[in-house]
Write a protein that binds this ligand. Structure first.
Ligand SMILES: CC(C)(COP(=O)(O)OP(=O)(O)OC[C@H]1O[C@@H](n2cnc3c(N)ncnc32)[C@H](O)[C@@H]1OP(=O)(O)O)[C@@H](O)C(=O)NCCC(=O)NCCS
Length: 370
């Protein structure tokens, strides 16, 4: 038995949710470029869960359900208020989502119908949880979700405590579409491993949040913003990157296990970043990002991934960097739950093997003789 480090190239399951072939990402057969251009995040979530784009009636029903489920239990809000103000936001989200299971009256009901309902509930409640965590950290009262708003609008409303502008809503909605699913990425795999023991959907999503938190996965967008802040101004960018590469350090937001010729999502976020800067009359963050991209690409041949331009997009939307990865989770929970439903359907426990490299032929020695 020979191990494949990082499971690179290993095909671990079949899936009909999203695919990456020759650098093209599709959700249920629809090119991500087409969806990013035309679809709302709610349409995409429906597509991921149910395998087809919703008709008008189905979309309206989903929007209504998301709205009905968006409030979170008062007791959970009380818990969130007790979290340390400086707690890691992904650790807070992971704890809150785990606790959410305690308040679901459908508890351990594992029927398909109830699991689909739990998927919609989780999608509705994650934005409310993230907004509550954000406001509590700032010493403000959480804002209750407002009826009839889209996920993007509602999240920004609950975060800011006032009605967001159309540009911000549209930009966030598109970012959510772009982050919704991504084949068998690390967090999705973690969620499938967890529920393949026939554990519940909340356990699966909690595992996924834990995996997304790491800087080699979802945590990279936050790390990118920290880097941009550290660099400060465009005149220092090139030297900063060259020094890091010289020390063989990784530049966050670049490279990808699957895409070697560029991440198809990055161009949409780059465009959004440029447009937001132009609208604000300050493209300095965008310009610095472009210079960093040029430097990394010319030095290492590495292209930006989804996280690189997300950082400047979210910052220009007035969002603090500690919320970047939780926002990724608000979107990706649609993909996680779609994969969890798929895993339950025709499940087999996921239990690979390890290549043993430890000591052999050891003999037990009593403790007083060691
Ligand atoms: C995404 C990522 C984890 C993929 O990892 P992987 O497929 O295991 O690739 P490796 O980490 O083995 O990298 C292969 C080579 O490219 C280099 N490399 C990869 N990403 C790099 C980066 N962002 N900056 C500098 N060098 C990088 C590695 O140092 C390694 O070089 P070596 O062969 O000389 O040692 C990796 O590219 C990375 O860490 N990127 C930064 C984090 C990030 O943006 N994550 C979000 C992904 S959407």
């Amino acid at each position: 038995m020979t191990a494949t480090k990082g499971l690179e190239g290993i095909v671990a399951t079949t899936s009909s949710i999203s695919s990456i072939v020759d650098g093209v990402l599709t959700y249920r057969g629809y090119n991500i470029d087409d969806l990013a251009e035309h679809a709302s995040f709610e349409e995409v979530a429906f597509l991921l869960w149910f395998g087809k784009l919703p008709n008008a009636q189905e979309l309206q029903k989903l929007q209504q359900d998301l709205s009905n489920y968006a409030a979170i239990p008062d007791k959970l809000i009380e818990q969130i208020k007790l979290y340390p103000k400086d707690a890691n936001t992904m650790a807070a989200l992971r704890s809150a989502v785990s606790a959410l299971a305690l308040y679901d009256e459908d508890g351990d009901d594992m029927s398909l119908e109830v699991n689909e309902k739990k998927a919609v509930k989780l999608q509705a409640q994650l934005p409310t949880i993230v907004a509550a965590i954000a406001r509590t950290r700032q010493g403000k009262e959480p804002v209750a979700p407002k009826a009839g708003a889209s996920i993007a609008e509602n999240f920004l409303y609950m975060l800011r405590g006032e009605q967001p502008d159309e540009t911000s809503i549209k930009a966030l909605d598109q970012a959510l579409v772009l982050h919704a699913d991504h084949e068998l990425n690390a967090s999705t795999f973690a969620s499938r491993v967890t529920v393949a023991t026939l554990s519940d959907i909340y356990s699966g999503v909690t595992s996924a949040i834990g995996a997304l938190k790491g800087p080699l996965h979802g945590g990279a967008n936050e790390a990118v913003m920290k880097m941009l802040k550290e660099i400060g101004t465009i005149d220092k960018a090139e030297a900063y990157i060259l020094e890091k590469l010289d020390k063989r350090e990784k530049i966050m937001g670049f490279g990808h296990r699957v895409y070697k010729n560029g991440d198809p999502r990055a161009k949409h976020l780059q465009k959004m970043s440029r447009e937001l800067g132009q609208m604000k009359g300050d493209t300095s963050l965008y310009d610095m990002s472009v210079l960093i991209e040029e430097t990394v690409t010319s030095q290492k041949g590495l292209k930006p991934n989804v996280d690189f331009y997300s950082a400047s997009v979210y910052t220009q939307l007035g969002i603090e960097h500690e919320l970047f990865t939780p926002i990724f989770a608000i979107s990706r929970v649609s993909g996680w739950t779609a994969h969890i439903l798929e895993q339950y359907d025709g499940n087999r426990i996921i239990r690979p093997r390890a290549e043993y490299t430890g000591l052999t032929d050891q003999k037990y020695v009593p403790v007083d003789m060691r």
